[in-house]
Design a protein around this ligand. Structure first.
Ligand SMILES: Nc1ncnc2c1ncn2[C@@H]1O[C@H](COP(=O)(O)OP(=O)(O)O)[C@@H](O)[C@H]1O
Ligand SMILES: [Mg+2]
Length: 480
């Protein structure tokens, strides 16, 4: 990455060693005490927390691009809502993919079965997160990495990152700079969506169900949502169950109510179910199908989940495709500008041309399967081998995307068990903008932008998943 532009840091670096050690120790404790924390993967105990990896001071991000991404979110929410309700588009777009990708095929089967039997609930709740990298070759303008429609995480912990880093800034004598650190309303915004959905369901005794993984490492993020809901609405109970437990304990009532023991479920919030490993057997798929058939409002419902696949993202980026979903030409233009090149690898003329293009100049691309949760993509020099191992048909399970090349920022990454004092490292940040949308095919009851998250990784790493252990939580320092 020689020659990569470096964004100006919020304070001059490096920080004197003694000061740095002191402030790092304080910041770690601040993080644990305020729940900017996770369960350890290497030393797991459900009775203990480690602080979540974080960047000591806020990373620089262009203000104009931050605002642009925020302002686009309600359009993106509506776009995803429209896509999710377009049966023909989902079916055609995923047709080749479901032939070769078993997981997407299983999701699609659930969708088809629900379509055949009738949806138990017309309303869907979308808690979305649209992720961006600034692209240095286009004046640092933001380009969408992906859109998440299921288990869009870190709204809880991210809300605490600005306060954590403003504490650090004050400790370092830079309180005057806090004004360039935007407030974050992700937690209240996302929970507001769940509460609104609960109200739409209109059954005072009903609960909100969080569908969770067998082990939740990112427990604080989830608990923040749960506890915030209880704080705002002492009358709303949150239950946590795995897909396996829902299969064992759940059933549908006479009016398609989802019943879990003594509780009727108003809203289902999926924090699991987005990767094959969450489905140990047919039982978990049966549980998913039962939930989809139920009257409960799903976040996301199955069609929203499918709308968030990489294949759909790739299809949306094709010329004129947005016109199918958005009528205002100004909005089409604005959304079109955040897309980078996305290419089909289906066995078609266009797909075969993208295959040849990837073999020729692999360093320009990222190869992505239909998966979520990080660690699944193939980068640059590894692409040709990966592609050559696939049959023509198998390639339809993947998409090709232009590599976005973000500018570098400098800072200190603080992680459990990390070096003391930490060293200044080269970093790149990925911005996530949260959005909330609730509605049925014709009526949108609410549609708003709801806070943000910033995730920062070493500039040398391909991916920066915080849960995966490569990235760190952060918040933006807006540069004019
Ligand atoms: N086009 C791209 N250019 C540069 N980096 C990318 C690109 N697409 C993905 N990445 C990196 O890979 C990570 C994971 O990719 P993503 O599409 O978000 O998949 P996942 O669903 O696994 O999160 C991103 O967070 C980003 O760091
Ligand atoms: Mg991602």
């Amino acid at each position: 990455m020689t020659g990569t532009p470096v964004l100006e840091p919020c304070v001059p670096l490096p920080i004197a060693e003694r000061t740095l050690i002191d402030v790092t120790e304080k910041a770690k404790d601040w993080a644990i005490m305020h729940g900017a924390a996770m369960r350890s993967k290497t030393n797991f105990s459900s009775d203990a927390l480690n602080f979540a990896p974080f960047i000591l001071m806020p990373s620089s991000f262009p203000r104009k691009e931050f605002e642009k991404a925020k302002n686009l979110q309600t359009i993106i929410n509506q776009l995803m809502h429209n896509v999710a309700h377009d049966e023909e588009f989902l079916t055609t777009t995923l047709a080749e993919t479901v032939k070769v990708d078993e997981f997407t095929a299983n999701l699609f089967n659930v969708y088809k079965k629900v379509l055949a039997n009738g949806f138990g609930q017309a309303y869907s709740l979308g808690l979305l997160r649209s992720d961006y990298l600034a692209h240095m070759f286009e004046d640092n303008s933001v380009k969408q990495v992906e859109i998440n429609t299921i288990a869009s995480s870190f709204g809880g912990i991210s809300t605490h990152m600005m306060p954590l880093q403003s504490f650090v800034m004050s400790e370092l004598g830079h309180a005057d700079k806090i004004k360039n650190m935007p407030e974050n309303t992700a937690l209240s915004g996302l929970c507001g969506g769940m509460i609104k959905a609960w109200e739409v369901y209109a059954q005072p005794k009903a609960v909100i169900l969080f569908v969770i993984e067998d082990v939740s490492y990112n427990i604080c993020d989830q608990r923040f949502h749960e506890f915030y809901i209880r704080e705002q609405r002492p009358d709303i109970k949150v239950l946590r169950r795995t897909l396996t437990q829902v299969h064992k304990e759940g059933k549908l009532g006479p009016n398609k109510e989802l019943l879990l023991g003594e509780y009727e479920v108003a809203v289902i919030y999926f924090r699991a179910g987005y990767e094959p490993l969450h489905y140990h057997s047919q039982d978990e798929w049966d549980a998913r199908y039962m939930m989809e058939c139920s009257r409960a409002i799903k976040c996301p419902s199955i069609h929203y989940h499918l709308a968030g696949t990489k294949k759909v993202q790739q299809a949306l980026a094709q010329p004129e495709m947005l016109e199918r979903f958005i009528s205002d030409p100004e909005k089409i233009k604005a959304v079109g500008q955040i897309f980078t090149g996305l290419y089909s690898l289906d066995d078609s003329e266009a797909g075969n041309a993208s295959y040849e293009m990837a073999l020729k100049e692999p360093e320009r691309f990222v190869l992505k399967p239909q998966r979520e949760g990080g660690g699944n993509n193939v980068y640059g020099a590894d692409i040709p081998d990966a592609l050559r191992k696939m049959s023509r048909v198998e390639r339809a399970a993947w998409i090709l995307m232009d590599l976005i090349q973000p500018p570098i920022s400098k800072g200190y990454m603080i992680r459990p068990g990390g070096k003391s004092p930490p060293e200044v490292v080269d970093l790149v940040s990925e911005l996530g903008i949260f959005g909330v949308i609730l509605g049925d095919v014709d009526n949108v009851i609410c549609n708003y932008q709801a806070g943000h998250m910033l995730r920062t990784k070493l500039s040398t790493a391909n991916e920066g998943g915080v849960a995966a252990g490569l990235g760190a939580l952060d918040s933006p320092y807006l540069l004019d």
